[in-house]
Ligand binder design. Structure first.
Ligand SMILES: [Zn+2]
Length: 49
């Protein structure tokens, strides 16, 4: 099932991205994304929207 999740910056906790993901057993996703607040690429963690 595809669920909307937010990708939260692990550094400043800004919620920078909203994506729909195939969630399997509540597994957490970590992706490097650009964060405007940190002005660089930071690991973002998925959270339930
Ligand atoms: Zn950040």
């Amino acid at each position: 099932m595809r669920e909307p999740v937010v990708l939260e910056c692990s550094s400043c906790k800004s919620r920078n991205y909203m994506v729909a993901l195939e969630t399997k057993g509540g597994k957490k996703l970590e992706v490097k994304k650009f964060c405007r607040t940190c002005r660089g690429h930071v690991v973002h963690k998925s959270r339930k929207a």
